[in-house]
Design a protein around this ligand. Sequence first.
Ligand code: EPZ
Length: 412
Amino acid sequence: MKVLEITGGKELTGTIRVSGSKNSCVALIPAAILADGNVTICNVPEITDTDALSEILEYLGAGIKRDKERIEIDPTTLKNKAIPERISKKLRASYYFMGSLLGKYKHVEMYFPGGCSIGERPINLHLKGFESLGATVSNDGDKFVVDAKELHGANIYLDIASVGATINIMLAAARVIDNAAQEPEIVNVATFLNNMGAKIRGAGTNRVVIEGVDELSGCFHEVIPDRIEAGTYSIIGALIGNNLKIDNIIPEHIESLTSKLLEVGVDVELGDDYLVVSKPKKFRPTKIKTLGYPGFPTDLQQPFTVLLTQCEGKSKVVETIFENRFMHIPYLNKMGANIQVENMEATVSGPTELKGCEVEATDLRAGACMVAAALIADGVTVITNIEHILRGYEDIVEKLNKVGAKITLKEI
Ligand code: EPZ
């Protein structure tokens, strides 16, 4: 078993460079199969989620060349066949093969995806979208078969502005998606498809309009910086940074976070593609409510909660996206925090001193939350189940140690 051992209390200073966006990339790799020629994607983070998607592509017979943060995909050799349960379940984003295989071959067989257990996470909206395009969906337990003689454009209204459903339906080529999610990753995927020759307008607004085209060519594309990684390190900088620079970011993508950091009293200097944060003398309490973009991201709720344990007075967290995204709270309390959870709301009373102990990364961002807590805790924290963290944060140990942290990855 791999664990992280973190000695807390070390001030962080220097520069952390943010990698390419996981949630963008995990859609771009499956989307590559829509092209009729070679696709090159650069700024791909080296994380286990992108490895798992490459494994699916390889299984299907696509050509793949990976050289650090650059991946070249030749989809012309791909044979459409059922994606086995073992690899479908390695991550959530395997579901993007539903949209791309359906869009290209009008047929897809795969299993319900895996990913973080942060709620029920159904895929009914994805499937409803495919059906509106003329596909039939059948399932036997977790195995899904989606098939279409022909796909036709359709106007689709999403009951919930789901990131995954917006992208998946875009991959299968709807005509109009209303109440679309507006996350930057969706814009990045639309830009990628447009680079191939697609005609997609409105990505980033709640109405995406797609004009059908007969073929999509190979292209070159760059992944946007990971706004959640940027946000995580900004929070860590606010907790224990001294002029910690978070570089290679798109500041507008994390505006909901930086405005909260300023509100609690953190010193934030914003540049064109970086920010610099330092720990203030004291933190004011605040309330955060998770929302779709441009609201406060659910993916930063867990790391931000660590910051709230240091605020003077009562702070609140309202989680509105995933019903089971408070699994980090018992571990923060074990470290000395004072947090009460009722339904999807948490009340954090602070400030509290955190003490190192053994904790678990129950999911990816809960893992990032544990890392943030361990960095400010007194003594040594051991984090188990860190496979979750390695799925989404490229070189997290190296990046943090370079700016002064004391973290060791151990096999026990
Ligand atoms: C994406 O998940 C991200 N994952 C998540 O990142 C992120 O937390 C989430 O969007 C919200 O921003 C990837 O991009 C791979 P949704 P997704 O569909 O697409 C409900 C991380 O830590 N819903 O926008 O699965 C759903 O249950 C993660 O990096 C349905 O009811 O999220 C949720 O309550 C974890 N039916 C809400 O919509 C559906 O068919 C929003 O989910 C689809 C979703």
